[in-house]
Design a protein around this ligand. Sequence first.
Ligand code: SF4
Length: 246
Amino acid sequence: MTSGKEKYNSIRIEKSGEKTEAATEKNCFAGGSAGTAEKCNLENCMLCCSLDRPETKKTRLLLHSCCGPCSTSVIERLACTYQITVFFYNPNIHDTEEYEKRKKTQIQFLNQLNSSNLYEDKIDFIEGEYDPESFFEVSRGLEEEREGGARCEKCFFLRLERTAVKAKTHGFDTFATTLTVSPYKNYTLIAEIGRRLAFQYGLSYLDIDFKKKDGYRRSIELSKQYGLYRQHYCGCLFSMPKTEGC
Ligand code: SF4
């Protein structure tokens, strides 16, 4: 369950209610031209959408994010259709310094994105509680599991359940996770957990394998473009690269 320690970071920027500067200059974030979706390699070109879209209320989406780099291409894909709030809940990350670095990178990306005015709606951010003891509790006895094994299943469940609870208590209709961007993560398992939790909490789970349609490659490209720190291990103590000597 959630605790009172979770907090909002106030990076929301006021909506202007006007077409963006980027849109008038036709600088398409996806590499195409505004209003000409066929030039984009994306399912939904958000800039084109923001130009052409009729005034409809978007579904509020609570998007669990494992890190800034993975969130890039997911947000790019969804920002046209959903009003996104990023939920950074990752107690698996070891250690505190690394956690802070990843969190800072996530916020850096959202700040850059929000101040670019590429999207009509700004992306909000909620930081979940950093409670590594929750992760160590669920992974007890599974420390030696290979990456992608039983420990990871527990880790996915922990993070997604907290996301579902947060979505429920904060009035979101739908939740999703950036975890499926990674080619190292088991999409089928993540989708199964997401759907199960959606049923349990009376929500809908946005089931998309974000690595498809070049999502992973695009996340690397965008991370470079935004100068984001990209980590070299999944996150937990047990996934850290083994070093030589002491
Ligand atoms: S390897 Fe990654 S997904 Fe698996 S338990 Fe560790 S942090 Fe979680």
